[in-house]
Design a protein around this ligand. Sequence first.
Ligand SMILES: *[C@@H]1O[C@H](CO)[C@@H](O)[C@H](O)[C@H]1NC(C)=O
Length: 598
Amino acid sequence: MKLILFVWLVLSAVSELTSADNFEVWGSWYGGFLGQVCFIAPPHLKGWRLLVRFRNDVEGITTWNSLLERKVDNRNFILRNNFFNGTPQPGTKICCVIEGRTKNSIKPEAVVFLSDTAITATTTSRRPPTRRRPTTTRRPTRTKRPTTVKPAPMPPASSGNTPNYAEVLGKSILFYEAQRSGVLPKDNRVKWRGDSAVHDQGLRGEDLSGGWYDAADYVKFNLPMASATTMLLWGLYTFKDAYTLTNELDNMYKSVKWPLDYFLKCWNPKTQEYYYQVGSGKLDHNYWGRPEDMHMRRPAMKVDRHTPGSDVAGETATSLALGSIVFRQKDRAYSDKLLLAAKSLYKFAKEVPGKYPLKDYYDSSGYKDELCTAAIWLYRATKDSNYLKDADLYYTDELAWAQDWDDKIIACQMLMYEEKRTRRHAQVVKDFFTSWRPGGDVPYTPGGLAYRNKWGSLRYDANTAFLALIAAEDGLMVDDNRKWAAGQINYMLGKNKENFSYVIGYTNNYPLHPHHASSSCPNPPATCDWDVFDSTKPNTHILYGALVGGPNTHDHYIDKRDEYEYSEVTCDYNAGFQSAIAGLIKLQHDNKLPPIVG
Ligand SMILES: *[C@@H]1O[C@H](CO)[C@@H](O)[C@H](O)[C@H]1NC(C)=O
């Protein structure tokens, strides 16, 4: 290990940028820190590496905007450029955000060395060191993070006007990691989260631990959970390259495996029972605190041969079937297991038709759309044409309203178009996207945001954006769909009149008071209860990557925990959004990204 470092240092000596203490810490708390290192791109840079050498041991290093190429030891880390910032214009400022932990809450200090990836004899010009930053950001070590301190302004992470999609993709995956229920694995990156609800169980003591918490709360609702999983898997299926290019593929496999593992626990083909919910909305919503501390009753609800639930079972079968396709190359045995469960769960959903009993939350409007998508993905997974015949029975030509946890009519129509390629199906799909354009059925804000509904307006746009990017791949309204999708997503990432990012922890201007319990809680042993909810302090922890509900019809956002129409975050909101981001990364890589407007 030492040798590698030595060789690397010798190589990099020619183009050493600086040995200044130029790692800027924005915040450190409880042993964790967040900061960045920047450099000005020299001429003729074709790929670059940074050696970041900390003065003390650090662990759990996560990098944004650059890829962690190698951990040499506990102090030395080699970062490599991402695909989108490897060959910057000379003079561009490149910043790499680094998050990690130190022992004993020592504020990290580091020196950084820059190197070209291809070092040649001509790289002789020694560049001036970047200016040493005053160490005014140093804060006294405290037992908890000072919640009134907003992170220092974050300069744009990438050159030019294009949002940093790769950073957003990585952070969105991290949001789902923060939503994990059950026993967390050793590689959990969200350090303020621990094991919780490990005793969730069915009526006969079946293990139902795992899965994702729905939103701010700790109920596990399988209809939105499966819908989110489907949208994420669909994005991974269509735009896998984006995950590979950004080095997020492994993180993504782990991310989607979490709910899939949970669904396998919820479905028992022998007894024909499917658990669709754990936790009571009523009991849970009376609690504001950490999931690790909760002690209210968490009842489990099921459907079976006497109680239909074709919507929730159908959607879960969709996730399982799609999961089996996505994992086919990676883990054959797991893929087979998912497919087996998908087949039997779909059969159950079909044979015991009807909507599931849940009415107070996530009341379902129907189940044919879920059965349609389940049948098509099962057809793709098995090549058994009976599934496609089934899908035809559940298919409708009606103009879809939007894609969300309840409504998959447009998804069914698009998948059917992909299978049949008829003019009829093409027209149905095109009509949907046309209805979403200005002058169609969907109102727009003055700032150009499509506004389907005040509840999770951004989620509807993001879902439509993701589907628009798929439609473009399918050859439908190609340029127009890409342009519209990029415009809507860019709005969410700060291309709006308030330069406000609706993604938490992205840019320096984002929601600080999301309606989300666990991230709002101070570190233990401090109490977390409704006083925390009521306080005007920002959430203690940055819930990286979460997309909030959105602005009002006048492009205005209210950053308050109790204004959850604006500030709520959910598994459902992020899913189509993350997949749209993946689509944009793919376009960016292929040089097909529409130019930024406005
Ligand atoms: C938003 O950013 C643009 C470009 O940097 C700037 O000109 C404008 O003044 C900013 N608007 C606000 C409200 O901060």
